[in-house]
Design a protein around this ligand. Structure first.
Ligand code: FAD
Ligand code: NAP
Length: 548
C-alpha cells in the first residue's frame, strides 16, 4: 500500500535511469508498492551506456558478472555474445530490463533535476526540474551516477574551433565518421584508450594529446564460451555470492599474499598468467599487497612497463607512453585491446602535454606552446567530475536550506557512503565513501538500493517518516574511510579517485577501500542493530500536531 502522506505528491523521487535508477524503481514500485517517479535527463534508459557511445566502449568486468543479479529468470534468460559486452549490447540489456519490468511508464525522460530542497516542517523533499515543474516526495534517491558529468577541460577556445568537437561521455547517437580526417584525441584514460584504436583505423592522421601515460593491460575479450556460461548459469547464486565476497565484486580466487614473498621467476609466471587471462586478473588476482606496498607495486609496474616497450616499436613513442612517477592502479587501471599497436601506425602520434600543457583550442586545431596541431575533429576524452559532480549539479539543500556544496566544501562527508547528516531521507546510490567504483557496479548498486529501500520499508512498518545519520556516525565513517585510504598508495597519486582531476576540487579519497565484503558486513551489522548510527523519527509536522 502506498504510504504517501498529504504533503507529498509521491513517496519517492529517483534521479537517473541507469543500472541504479531502473532497479530502484522496480524495487520501490513492484516490491514495496510505493508511488515512485524517476527523472532522467536522457531521452531513454541506460545511463552510462546511453551516453558513452564512442567507438570501442565496452565494460571491463565480464558481462556474466557485470549485470543484475536480482532476478533469477532475467539472469538465466539473457545471453551475452562476448565476454566483455560492447556498449550497444549493454544498452540493449538495460532496454530489455526496462521492457521486461515495464519501467518506462514511471520515468520522465529528457528532464533534468535542478533543485532538491528539504522542507523541515513537512519532512518532504521538493524536487525542481528544468521544465519548470516540481514534485514533493518523502524520499529522494540519487541514481545520478558516479561518472555522468563530463569534466570541463582547463584549456579554453573550444567554441572557436571550426571543425567538429566530440565528447566521449556524450557521443552522438548517429555515430561519427573519421574516414580520411585529421583527428585529435585529448586524454588517455580508459575512454581514450578504448576509442583510439578504432579512430586510428579510419583517420588519415591521429594525434593523441596525453598528459599522464597509463598502465593499460589487455582486456582479453572474445566470444563468450557457451560451456562456461552454462556452468555459471547452473550455479549463478553461488557465483554471485562469491563475487560479493570479493574485494572488487568478481569471483576471482587466485590472489597470492605478497609479491615480495616469492622469487622473481615465480612472480613473472604469476604476472604472465594473469596478463594472458586478461581483464582485472592482473590487478586484483595477482598479489594482495600491490595497492598497499610500494615495493610490491614496483614489481608489477616494472612488468607492465616492459610489456608496453615490447609492443610499441618506436622507442620515442614507447617512452612517451610508458608510465612513471606513480604507482600502478592508483589511477583506475584501464583495460585495452590493440591500444599500444595503434601507435605503430605512421599516421598515429602522441604528444606529451604534461611538460607543456595545451594552451588553447584555436579555430583550426590544438595549440601547445608555439605549435598548433591542425585537425578536422577534436575528441575530448578528458573524463568526469567524478562521484560528487552529479550530486553537486542538482543543488541539493538539506535542513535549514544548507547546500550540499557547502557541507562538502572540504570533501564529501557521509555515513556508509549512502546518507548524509543534515540531509534526511536522501539516499546516494554508490555515493562517495562507499566501495562504489572499486566494486563491480551492478552489484554495488543492488546492495545500496536494497539498503535504501529496506530502510524505507522499515520506517513504513514502524510508523516512522525520517531517517538521518547522526553527526557522530558520519564523523566516524569519515575517519575510518580516510584511515583505510591512507594505508594504501592511492592518496599519493593525482586521480579522480582523489578529486585531483578537477582544478579547485578538494583533495579527498572518494572511495571506501576496505573492500566490498567488509563494507557489506558493516552495513548488515548496522541494520541488525536497528539502524545504528541513524536517527529514525516521525515527521516534524506529525510531532507538532501530536504535541499541540
Ligand atoms: P549512470 O549509468 O551514470 O546513470 C545515471 C543517470 O542519471 C544518467 O543517465 C544521467 O543522465 C542521469 N542524471 C544524472 N544527473 C541527473 C539530473 N540532475 N537530472 C536528471 N538525470 C540525471 N563500472 C563497472 O563496474 N564496470 C565497467 O566495466 C564499467 N565501465 C564503464 C565504462 C564507461 C565508459 C563509464 C563512463 C563508466 C563505466 N563504469 C563501469 C561505471 C558505470 O558508470 C557503472 O557501472 C554504472 O553504469 C553506473 O550506473 P548508475 O545507474 O549508477 O549511473
Ligand atoms: P579519466 O580516466 O579521468 O581520463 C581522462 C584523461 O584526460 C586523462 O588522461 C587525463 O590526464 C586527461 N586530461 C584531463 N584533462 C586534461 C587536460 N586539460 N589536458 C590534457 N589531458 C587532460 O576519464 P575516462 O577515460 O573517461 O574514464 C573515467 C572512468 O570511467 C574510468 O576510470 C573508469 O572507471 C570508467 N571507464 C571504464 C571503461 C571500461 O573499460 N569499462 C571505459 C571508460 C571509462 P591526467 O591523467 O593527467 O588527469
Amino acid at each position: 500500500m502506498s504510504k504517501t502522506n498529504s504533503s507529498a505528491d509521491v513517496d519517492v523521487v529517483v534521479v537517473g535511469a541507469g543500472f541504479a535508477g531502473l532497479y530502484t524503481l522496480h524495487r520501490l514500485r513492484d516490491k514495496l508498492n510505493l508511488t515512485t517517479r524517476v527523472v532522467e535527463a536522457g531521452s531513454d534508459v541506460g545511463g552510462t551506456w546511453f551516453w558513452n557511445r564512442y567507438p570501442g566502449a565496452r565494460c571491463d568486468i565480464e558481462s556474466v558478472h557485470y549485470s543484475y543479479s536480482f532476478d533469477e529468470d532475467l539472469q538465466q534468460d539473457w545471453q551475452w555474445s562476448e565476454k566483455f559486452a560492447g556498449q550497444p549490447e549493454i544498452l540493449r540489456y538495460l532496454e530489455h530490463v526496462a521492457d521486461r519490468f515495464d519501467l518506462r511508464k514511471d520515468i520522465t525522460f529528457g528532464t533534468r533535476v535542478i533543485g532538491v530542497h528539504w522542507d523541515d516542517v513537512d519532512s518532504v523533499w521538493t524536487v525542481h526540474t528544468d521544465d519548470g515543474q516540481s514534485v514533493r516526495s518523502r524520499y529522494f534517491i540519487s541514481g545520478a551516477g558516479n561518472l555522468s558529468v563530463p569534466k570541463t577541460p582547463e584549456f579554453g577556445g573550444i567554441d572557436n574551433f571550426r571543425g567538429e568537437v566530440l565528447l566521449t561521455g556524450n557521443w552522438p547517437r548517429e555515430g561519427a565518421d573519421f574516414t580520411g580526417k585529421r583527428v585529435a584525441v585529448i586524454g588517455a584514460g580508459a575512454s581514450g584508450i578504448q576509442a583510439i584504436p578504432f579512430i586510428a583505423e579510419d583517420a588519415a592522421e591521429l594525434v593523441v594529446f596525453q598528459r599522464t601515460p597509463n598502465f593499460a593491460t589487455p582486456l582479453g575479450n572474445g566470444p563468450i564460451d557457451p560451456d562456461e556460461v552454462a556452468d555459471i548459469k547452473a550455479n549463478y547464486r553461488a557465483v554471485r555470492d562469491a563475487a560479493r565476497n570479493h574485494f572488487l565484486g568478481v569471483p576471482f580466487d587466485q590472489v597470492q599474499p605478497s609479491a615480495l614473498a616469492v622469487s622473481a621467476d615465480e612472480r613473472r609466471r604469476t604476472f604472465d598468467a594473469r596478463w594472458n587471462a586478461g581483464g582485472f586478473r592482473l590487478f586484483i588476482d595477482s598479489y594482495q599487497d600491490i595497492l598497499f606496498d610500494k615495493k610490491a607495486n614496483d614489481t608489477i609496474a616494472d612488468y607492465i612497463r616492459e610489456r608496453i616497450r615490447e609492443r610499441v616499436q618506436d622507442p620515442e613513442k614507447a617512452a612517451t607512453l610508458t608510465p612513471t612517477g606513480y604507482a600502478y592502479a592508483t589511477k583506475r587501471p584501464p583495460l585495452e585491446t590493440n591500444y599500444y599497436e595503434a601507435f605503430n601506425r605512421d599516421s598515429v602520434s602522441v604528444v606529451d602535454v604534461k611538460s607543456t600543457p595545451i594552451d588553447e583550442i584555436t579555430e583550426t586545431g590544438v595549440r601547445v606552446g608555439d605549435r598548433t596541431y591542425e585537425v578536422d575533429v577534436i575528441v575530448l576524452a578528458t573524463g568526469f567530475d567524478a562521484m560528487t559532480g552529479p550530486l553537486m549539479a542538482m543543488d541539493i539543500r538539506g535542513r535549514g536550506g544548507l547546500p550540499l556544496a557547502e557541507k562538502w566544501a572540504h570533501g564529501p562527508k557521509t555515513y556508509l557512503g549512502i546518507m548524509v547528516n543534515e540531509f534526511p531521507n536522501l539516499f546516494l546510490i554508490t555515493g562517495p565513501q562507499s566501495p562504489s567504483v572499486l566494486y563491480n557496479m551492478p552489484l554495488a548498486i543492488e546492495d545500496h538500493v536494497d539498503f535504501a529501500t529496506d530502510a524505507i520499508d522499515h520506517l513504513n512498518r514502524n510508523g516512522l517518516d525520517v531517517i538521518e545519520p547522526t553527526a557522530q556516525a558520519e564523523r566516524d565513517w569519515g575517519t575510518l574511510t580516510n584511515d583505510i585510504a591512507n594505508q594504501t598508495l592511492l592518496p599519493e597519486t593525482n586521480s579522480w579517485y582523489m578529486g585531483a582531476n578537477i582544478p579547485g576540487k578538494p583533495r579527498a579519497c572518494m572511495v571506501y577501500l576496505g573492500g566490498a565484503p567488509t563494507y557489506r558486513a558493516t552495513c548488515a551489522e548496522v541494520v541488525e542493530a536497528g539502524y545504528s548510527g541513524f536517527a529514525l523519527a516521525p515527521a516534524e509536522a506529525r510531532v507538532a500536531s501530536t504535541v499541540s
